[in-house]
Design a protein. Structure first.
Length: 200
């Protein structure tokens, strides 16, 4: 698998999990309100966070090369825990309710989107710590190809969610669909975690 593809798959597996941000984007999309600005905020925010994560961890490694082992083991632990949580969600799947709300101004929509993105601690764990750690495992310039794949996954996902909402609404309402999705995420995350351990 190429580094871009690896980044794409890894990034996508993190982004598609049920969360407040995805629910908000879906609600806006179903209501057909401010879809493009909301998608742009989500995608640009992810790109900034992923880039910051890769650059930040790369800086740490340049200044303290011995930190690679700490980052590798920490990243492996995070991936495995994430995979186990995904496996638990797959065993007890839930549905995503995305009923459209009332009228929302573009200012309120963007403020809500920014809040759900930048004030969510899971965002930093996923995009900065986790993706940054995995990306830097590939060295330079591989880390940036991996990051490009992850950023592309974010753009593709939010565009699909925003403009394919009428087709996705029924899919999101089925717990069985989330069982399949989370099961796949669990397998991927556990596999990546095991890969980091075996490469130590």
């Amino acid at each position: 698998m190429s580094l871009v593809a690896a980044g794409f798959v890894t990034g996508l597996s993190l982004i598609v999990a049920i969360g407040a941000q995805n629910a908000f984007v879906l609600r806006m999309a179903i209501a057909r309100r401010h879809v493009l600005p909301v998608i742009a905020v989500c995608a640009i925010s992810d790109a900034l966070l992923i880039t910051a994560g890769i650059a930040g961890i790369a800086t740490i490694l340049d200044r303290a090369p011995g930190a690679i082992d700490v980052i590798r083991w920490g990243g492996a632990a995070f991936l495995i825990c994430y995979g186990l949580f995904a496996a638990r969600r797959a065993l007890k799947p839930s549905a995503l309710s995305a009923a459209p709300g009332g009228a929302v101004t573009i200012g309120a929509a963007l403020l809500t989107c920014l809040t759900l993105t930048w004030l969510n601690p899971h965002t930093y764990l996923d995009t900065v710590l986790m993706l940054g750690s995995v990306a830097n495992h590939y060295g330079n310039p591989g880390r940036w190809w991996f990051g490009a794949g992850a950023i592309t996954a974010s753009v593709v996902w939010f565009a699909a969610l925003g403009y394919g909402a009428r087709y996705l609404r029924a899919w999101f309402a089925k717990p069985a669909s989330w069982r399949i999705l989370d099961g796949g995420v669990a397998v991927l995350m556990l596999g990546l975690g095991a890969g980091l351990i075996t490469s130590a």
